[in-house]
Every structure is written in C-alpha cells, then in structure tokens.
Design a protein. Structure first.
Length: 332
C-alpha cells in the first residue's frame, strides 16, 4: 500500500510539473511569412544565431514567394508578413488589415526602371512601352520618375507584366523598358546586354518602405512576444552595421537564396537597413518620403488614382511606432 501511495504522489508531482512546463511555453509560436528581399532575408541572422530563443520567444519563419506571402497572411495562415507599406494598404483595403511594428529598411536602388540599349534617361521613354506589374511598387516608382522628369503617365504605354517575367519580356523586345525589384531587376540587366537603369529607388529614398506587418488579433494577444521580436531585430541590425561582421552576414543571407556571397552583396547595397535612431526618425509623423507616414499617404494617393482600391486608407491605422520607441527607451 505504501508503494502504491508513493507512486500516486510521484505521478501527481510529475503531472503538476508537466502542466507547469506546458504553461511556460507558448501554445502556438508566432508565425511570420518572409520572402526574398534583403531587409527580410536579414531575419536569417537571428534564426541561425538562436537569438529568438535567447529572447524567450518562439517564432516560426515561413518562406514564400512575395505575393504568396501576402496571400498566406490574408488567409490567416500566418500572424505576420514582411511587405512594403504600399502593399500593406492593398491587403488591408481588399483583404485583411495589418499593423507595422518594425521598419526594416527602405529600398535604396534595388527597385529599378531598366531600359533597353539606346535609352539612357527616363525622358527617352516618351512614346515607349514599359512593362510593369500594375498597382505594384515599381509602377509607383515609374510614375515618380516620370513626374520628376516633368512627364505624365500618358507619355508612356504601360504593359501589365508580372514582375517575375520582366527580364524575359525586356529581352523579347516586346517592351522598351521594365520596372522590377531585385533579383528581377538584376536579371533584366544581365539578360539584355547594354540595358541600363534609368531611374531607381535610390533616386526617391523612402518611396518604398519595407516592414513587419502583424495582424490585430496576434498583436493584441501577444504584445510581449512581439516586443521581443523587435528587440531581436535590432540585435540583427547592430550585427549587420558592424563591418567586421560583413562576411558572416553575407554568407548567411546568400545561403538562404542560393547565391554566392559576392553575388548577394550588390542586393544588400541596394537596401538601406535602418539603425534604431534612423528608424525612430522615419517613424515621426510628417509629410514627404522621409516619414513612413508621408510615404504611405503618397502610396495611398497612387492606389486611389489607379483604382487599386476605392476608399482612402488611414495611414495611422497601419503604423504603430510604440514597439520601436519602447525598445529605444529600454536601451537608455
């Protein structure tokens, strides 16, 4: 009888211990969809170095093609998705709203208008055909370039072209220029000898911000965990900003997308990863592309003009600087 009693006591203790352990682990990990863009591939550094575990947060990063990543978010398959501020407006207006809690970067040359040989400036595109995916960021970039050159959208003929097909379409001669982001823009430059970028996101810094956008449900339920994700992001940024770590960073990033480090380095150069102080400045509400608020308003106007959606979107409902500001305060 004594043995049975002791066994029951031991079983109870074990059961209580198991329950306590189960309670200490999140029932469901945070699920983040990410894709092939340097500011998002950068998450690989935190993954490979085990920094999420160190921070006490369980995260599953799920790799997708870019458009598929947004589809997964809208379908509720993931809690968050890495996307541009403009595409966040589209998914919000037509599917499922989200909130940006991290500005990873802004495009600094990776998004390009690439023209065929013989076309050296954006003004040379007058009367020409340009292949871009209508309603996406490179369509926006093209219009910004035309405007800066004193031209109108009607000065070119838009040929609606999936971004991943732009290199082939330029090579075929069906268009005189294309709009695409890396790696597609780089593929177009390689595919057509003598082609050249006539306007890039480096000419309009802040027109395309890239961020981590989280669903309202997950953000409300897991605020502490998302704050930990923010802390890991800035650990990644600090690592990348240290030139002594460049080789290791390139090795990690390039492996994720099956390239050699030297092949990947130009992609990284075309992406401006924001330091904490730089991100805080971009989080300030202001007009113009120097603020994510001003940039998002600019994109909203574009989306309305081209009937991507019908009702204006309030930028402030998509942007939450509080996580970044709280992290910055904790570092003082």
């Amino acid at each position: 009888m004594k043995l049975i009693t002791e066994f029951i006591k031991s079983a109870k203790v074990a059961a209580i211990g198991a329950l306590a352990l189960a309670g200490s682990v999140s029932a469901e990990p945070l699920k983040i969809a990410y894709s092939d863009w340097p500011g998002w591939v950068a998450w690989e550094i935190g993954i490979k170095k085990g920094w999420f575990k160190e921070a006490g947060v369980e995260v599953e990063f799920e790799w997708y093609d870019y458009v598929a990543s947004m589809d997964a978010y809208v379908a509720g398959s993931v809690d968050a998705v890495s996307m541009t501020n403009g595409d966040a407006l589209v998914t919000g207006a037509t599917g499922k709203p989200s909130t940006c809690i991290i500005i990873n970067d802004y495009s600094n040359g990776n998004d390009m208008i690439v023209a065929a040989p013989g076309i050296s400036t954006i003004k040379d595109l007058k009367g020409k055909k340009v292949g871009v995916e209508e309603g996406f960021v490179c369509h926006l970039l093209l219009l910004k370039g035309l405007k800066d050159a004193g031209m109108e959208a009607s000065d070119v003929t838009i040929v609606n072209t999936p971004t991943n097909e732009t290199a082939q379409v330029l090579k075929s001669g069906a268009v005189d220029a294309i709009g695409a982001w890396q790696p597609n823009s780089g593929q177009a430059l390689k595919a057509v000898s003598g082609s050249t970028p006539v306007f890039t996101s480096k000419d309009a810094p802040g027109i395309i911000y890239d961020g981590l956008f989280v669903s309202a449900e997950s953000l409300e339920k897991n605020k502490e965990d998302w704050a930990k994700v923010v802390s890991v992001w800035y650990k990644i940024v600090d690592f990348m900003k240290n030139e002594d770590n460049l080789d290791e960073a390139l090795a990690i990033l390039s492996k994720r997308v099956n390239l050699k480090p030297e092949e990947y380095e130009p992609f990284l150069e075309g992406t401006y990863i924001l330091s904490l102080d730089e991100a805080l400045a971009r989080w300030e509400e202001a007009k113009g592309l120097g603020s994510i608020y001003g940039s998002t308003k600019y994109v909203d106007d574009f989306n309305l003009e081209f009937e991507v959606y019908k009702e204006a979107q309030d930028a402030s409902k998509y942007l939450d600087p509080s996580f970044t500001k709280a992290y910055a305060a904790s570092k003082k």
